[in-house]
Design a protein around this ligand. Structure first.
Ligand code: GDP
Ligand code: MG
Length: 220
């Protein structure tokens, strides 16, 4: 796993040009909803039933192929700070996509979605894309949040919606791939209309920043 230092100072990342785009993605939501498990399932195809210690984890990197493009994903997991709602604004910097997660067996985690959404809107780039994910859909017997309520909230917030299970590997890959697709769609839309929020980067990722794709002409 790469370290945060590599990412911040770009040593390793800038020398590795073996990709067309790089997207920084954040997984956020209440503690215990399954964020770390979801990341491990996606990046390593593993699941650990015991509580996964988040301490020391910065991010994982995974390169995928979408529409003939190599896209390097830098996926960040909150290192437990979500418990205290003390995620620093620096964490949000440069993020192009978010997976906002709740647990379908935990009402409180669902009620917190609105707050997380407000945080994203306050601290992140205007064009950042968000997918709402109701995790632990394998636990049907203990479900307290119906799919319908999840979908309605996603519609209300303007996000796409998936139910998923890190445990049973349901919709994990699909969630990331859909997020990458909506980021690509938004990028090409913005570049078509020469949106200054993207090209001028008032609040957006800096074009010189290594977290910005090396090419601006997204055609995916
Ligand atoms: P985080 O605090 O959001 O990072 O959550 P963790 O990934 O540490 O998961 C919290 C607990 O939920 C752990 O005991 C996991 O094994 C469990 N868990 C995570 N995802 C799932 C899932 O999809 N299904 C089930 N049944 N349990 C899960
Ligand atoms: Mg965790």
């Amino acid at each position: 796993m790469a370290s945060a230092t590599d990412a911040r100072y770009g040593q390793k990342e800038t020398s590795d040009q073996n990709f067309d785009y790089m997207f920084k993605i954040l997984i956020i939501g209440n503690s215990s909803v399954g964020k770390t498990s979801f990341l491990f399932r996606y990046a390593d195809d593993s699941f650990t039933p015991a509580f996964v210690s988040t301490v020391g984890i910065d991010f994982k990197v995974k390169t995928i192929y979408r529409n003939d493009k190599r896209i390097k994903l830098q996926i960040w997991d909150t290192a437990g700070q979500e418990r205290y709602r003390t995620i620093t604004t620096a964490y949000y910097r440069g993020a192009m996509g978010f997976i906002l997660m709740y647990d379908i067996t935990n009402e409180e985690s669902f009620n917190a979605v609105q707050d997380w959404s407000t945080q994203i809107k306050t601290y992140s780039w205007d064009n950042a894309q968000v997918l709402l994910v109701g995790n632990k859909c394998d636990m049907e017997d203990e479900r307290v949040v119906s799919s319908e309520r999840g979908r309605q909230l996603a519609d209300h917030l303007g996000f796409e919606f998936f139910e998923a299970s890190a445990k049973d590997n349901i919709n994990v890959k699909q969630t990331f791939e859909r997020l990458v697709d909506v980021i690509c769609e938004k990028m090409s839309e913005s570049l078509d209309t020469a949106d200054p929020a993207v090209t001028g980067a008032k609040q957006g990722p800096q074009l010189t920043d290594q977290q910005t794709p090396p090419h601006q002409d997204c055609a995916c």
